[in-house]
Design a protein around this ligand. Structure first.
Ligand SMILES: Nc1ncnc2c1ncn2[C@@H]1O[C@H](COP(=O)(O)OP(=O)(O)OP(=O)(O)O)[C@@H](O)[C@H]1O
Length: 449
């Protein structure tokens, strides 16, 4: 066991060199692996997360690793890849992680979300540079770092890359990634338990970290206890110069119903937005993904995906994954005809998405984290009335619906109310630069093309 532990890094590097793996493939597949145990001639290798695809690793890397071990140690092991829950059975489990993955392994980060696998394009150049700066000097340069942008554009990937980077440099750092939903649930649980120790546990967990990442922070809006807990956690960490990284679908100033004291804290550090990727970036992301998956598709097919899926990288990857899965299952080559047929539910180039008033109302409601029921209700508080007027304005500008139809869809409002709403929004759009930006952001969500 000692010999293999000692030689583990050399073994992985040998596989990399002999099989001419790129840094990306190496970082994605080999780097996170560690030696778990040896029983007789059986060597157990730990795959730290199910998300890494244990079957794929077994299929692709079992033999190369076996050969490299035999070359370097002279011992011919029978290899088995196992997940952490299977590793629990080794009581004296003494895993040796290669030094480059220490720290990362014990965190809850997705091993694939690293700087190495992140494609830098015009849409994310600034956010990427800011993230790298934070990764290199946590707590010192931009605190908090607030990354915002539309769904599936790489916010989580970028924020977790910072976590990986920090853990690679300083494995002893305590790095926590949490979604707002998980954070909210933990706050609710500790309140429900009703005892002081549950709350103390929660505080111990979040107020003692070196790096705290909260994803989709817009979801804490309207959740009072969560906001309160967040506020104090933020203050404790910030004054101790611990790094805070937040992501959201919109900039703080567009979070109209967020408590002012929290909104202003979001703006203390640096705000970095991620926009929609251009064609070249979309192609580069597809190529990078192909490289990681060890799969090759015709350029014409990649081009078809990149031209037609513009506004969400998750969907872009989803289309590629679908074709790769189809090719593996059916054992067939992906031609253009196959791609068009298999992706017809995702891509319908001849049928652009129809922009209906209903769609506009739904997207506006979603943007402001309110329900469509609230949009059509009688509620006249500004948090509801303003989005409602924005919906009136956008329905008028982006669809061919008549004012009467818009009024009917927005809770049976009359013609003059709709005209008044549109007029107000038009004036604000023309006179207030931030508001102009807000409307353009929502328009892009409604019609990304
Ligand atoms: N620049 C990029 N390079 C490589 N992969 C990327 C890039 N941007 C996004 N991705 C991939 O796209 C997928 C979606 O990204 P991610 O989950 O980070 O988006 P998000 O902005 O956090 O979305 P949401 O707001 O819906 O949570 C991930 O698999 C991620 O790896």
């Amino acid at each position: 066991m000692e010999l293999i532990l000692e030689k583990w890094e050399e073994i992985l590097r040998t596989v990399k060199e002999e099989h001419e793996l790129t840094d990306i493939s190496f970082n994605a597949w080999l780097k996170p692996l560690s030696v778990c145990n040896i029983e007789g001639s059986k060597l157990y290798i730990l795959v730290p997360s199910e998300q890494m695809g244990i079957n794929y690793i077994t299929k692709k890397y079992k033999l190369p690793i076996k050969v490299a071990i035999a070359e370097i140690t002279g011992i011919d092991y029978d290899l088995e890849f196992i997940l952490p829950e299977q590793a629990d059975r080794f009581k004296s489990f003494k895993s040796k992680t290669s030094s480059f993955s220490q720290g990362t392994e014990k965190s809850n980060l997705n091993p694939n979300y690293t700087f190495e696998s992140f494609v830098v394009g015009n849409n994310n150049k600034f956010a990427h540079a800011a993230s790298l700066a934070v990764a290199e000097s946590p707590g010192e340069v931009y605190n908090p770092l607030y990354i915002y942008g539309g769904p599936g554009l790489g916010k989580t990937h970028l924020m977790q890359s910072i976590g990986h980077f920090i853990l690679q440099q300083q494995p002893e750092k305590k790095v926590i990634y949490v979604t707002s939903e998980e954070f909210t649930n933990e706050v609710i649980d500790s309140i429900r338990n009703g005892n002081a120790s549950a709350m103390t546990k929660l505080r111990d967990k979040y107020r003692t970290v070196d790096v705290l990442m909260i994803d989709d922070v817009q979801f804490i809006i309207g959740k009072e206890s969560t906001q309160e807990e967040f506020f104090h956690t933020f203050n404790v960490l910030h004054s101790a110069r611990k790094q805070i990284i937040l992501s959201s679908d919109k900039p703080p100033k567009e979070m109209e119903t967020l408590e002012e004291r929290i909104r202003s804290r979001f703006e203390w550090g640096l705000l970095a937005d991620i926009g929609y990727p251009d064609y070249e970036t979309r192609m580069a992301i597809l190529r990078r993904k192909e490289e990681i998956d060890g799969f090759h598709l015709d350029d014409e097919v990649l081009d078809y995906i990149a031209i037609n899926i513009k506004s969400n990288i998750r969907e872009l990857e989803g289309a590629l994954n679908k074709l790769i899965a189809f090719s593996n299952l059916e054992d067939t080559v992906i031609t253009m005809d196959v791609a068009v047929r298999e992706l017809q539910n995702i891509i319908s180039p001849d049928k652009p998405k129809e922009i209906t008033p209903q769609l506009v109302i739904e997207i506006v409601a979603e943007h402001f984290n309110i329900s469509t029921d609230q949009m059509i209700s009688k509620n006249r508080s500004s948090e509801i009335a303003k989005p409602r007027q924005i919906a009136m304005y956008l329905c008028k500008n982006m669809t061919s619906a008549q004012l009467e139809t818009i009024g009917a869809l927005l809770g049976g409002r009359d013609h003059s109310t709709i005209i008044h709403g549109i007029k107000k929004i038009t004036e604000e759009y023309q006179n207030d630069e931030n508001f102009h930006h807000l409307i353009e952001t929502i328009k892009k969500k409604i019609n990304p093309n």
